[in-house]
Design a protein around this ligand. Structure first.
Ligand SMILES: Cc1ncc(COP(=O)(O)O)c(C=O)c1O
Length: 387
């Protein structure tokens, strides 16, 4: 759609291509607005501040956030997740997570466990789904500070029931942190309606912005101790980090260039509509799944129903190691896919695909039907010739 010469099926890592408006906004920002927001009163600082504020408002409204100041910009989703978990959890706190988490959740929790946080990992089913009765049982068994879970698996696309998890978490006095790395910009999210306490999003995947962008939402009443301290342009007379959001969580100069690009991406996304994006991606996913199901020697890992998953599809080919399929798709067919563990070893243990992993095919909004069909032809050819 936006004119590239590879078949790009690695949108779960970062979306590509970005809408042309993103590059245009970045150039325009660098040429005319690139002051340091919030640091001075001159016109360039104000121009930069206006871009940052507008992007913050736009992202807040997309996610159902009533007070945009409760949305802090971060480097990526990993950064947002770290801010949330290190900011909230103390030795002796208990956190319940799932076996479908990306290392962006699993590794901080592993490190926090070494500092005395009690980490419980709920096993999910081999299709990636979570049984809410298991979560309920776990929350009943001991006082819990936080439930930390992904909204959708970055390996097999399974959507986890975050609204029901929020209800259970709150019933048992816990907060809910959602890793929306695979769903922001792809599935409708409303933190207010869904009672989400902490939401981490990347700007560079489904939101179609540049790399180096992300954000963390912090619900009213939730206090995070900042992991980093430094200049905020506010309360400069104090040596302590200001409490006021978003500045408490945004020390140092922001990635204003990236935020300008993200602002443009959000305008494109809003003009398109999340429902339209979801419908398009579901159709692409369904087309890919239908073709894969017809192939002998190809195993699809995860759910087949497109209403219960996002378009992140993992397969293995009989007689092939995933890494070799990835290399063959790239070199012989010009198809960019992601083989291996996709930074989610726990998820692969759950799916039974550890340690070799899978080949992940993740179309995006701009993927065409023809590209899906060409991918199916390539995979069929590979499946007929064992590696
Ligand atoms: C489920 C999930 N969580 C977190 C991340 C980390 O996102 P980022 O690369 O923006 O830090 C990813 C990235 O692949 C992901 O898929």
């Amino acid at each position: 759609m936006w004119g590239i010469d590879v078949i790009y099926l690695d949108n779960a890592a970062t979306s590509f291509p970005k809408p042309p408006e993103v590059a245009e906004a970045i150039l325009e920002f660098l040429a005319h607005k690139a002051g340091n927001p919030g640091r001075s009163g001159h016109s360039l600082a104000l121009a930069a501040d206006a871009v940052v504020s507008e992007t913050r408002r736009s992202l807040a409204s997309l996610l159902g956030i009533r007070d945009p100041s409760r949305l802090a910009f971060t480097l990526n989703a990993t950064d947002a997740l770290n801010l949330a978990m290190y900011g909230l959890l103390r030795p002796g706190d208990r956190v319940v997570s799932t076996s479908m988490e990306h290392n962006a959740v699993a590794r901080p929790l592993f490190a926090l466990a070494e500092r005395g946080v009690d980490v419980v990992t709920l096993p999910c089913a081999p299709d990636g789904s979570l049984d809410l009765d298991d979560l309920d049982r776990e929350l009943r068994s001991a006082p819990t500070r936080l439930v930390a879970m992904t909204h959708a698996s970055n390996v097999c696309g399974t959507i986890l029931p975050i609204s029901a998890a929020a209800e259970l978490a709150h019933r048992h006095g816990a907060l809910l942190l959602v890793d929306a790395a695979q769903t922001a910009g792809v599935l409708p999210i409303d933190v207010t309606e869904q009672s989400i306490d902490l939401l981490a999003v990347p700007g560079h995947k489904g939101l179609l912005g540049p790399t180096g962008t992300g954000a963390l939402y912090v619900a009213p009443g939730v206090h995070l101790t900042p992991m980093r301290q430094g200049g905020t342009g506010t309360n400069s007379e104090l040596l302590s980090q200001p409490d006021e959001l978003p500045y408490a969580l945004e020390p140092g100069t922001l990635n204003t260039v990236g935020i300008a690009g993200l602002g443009a991406a959000l305008r494109v996304l809003k003009a398109t509509g999340i429902e339209a994006v979801r419908a398009r991606e579901a159709a692409l996913g369904a087309r890919l799944l239908a073709g894969l199901q017809e192939m002998r020697g190809v195993t699809i890992h995860g759910l087949l129903d497109s209403t219960e998953r996002v378009a992140v599809i993992s397969v293995t080919l009989q007689g092939w190691e995933p890494v070799d399929v990835g290399a063959a798709l790239d070199s012989a067919f010009g198809i960019a896919a992601r083989p291996g563990l996709q930074c989610a070893p726990l998820a692969h243990r759950t799916l039974g695909t550890f340690p070799l992993g899978t080949v992940r095919l993740a179309p995006g909004y701009s993927t065409t039907d023809e590209e899906i069909d060409q991918t199916l032809v390539a995979l069929r050819e590979l499946s007929l010739s064992a590696g």
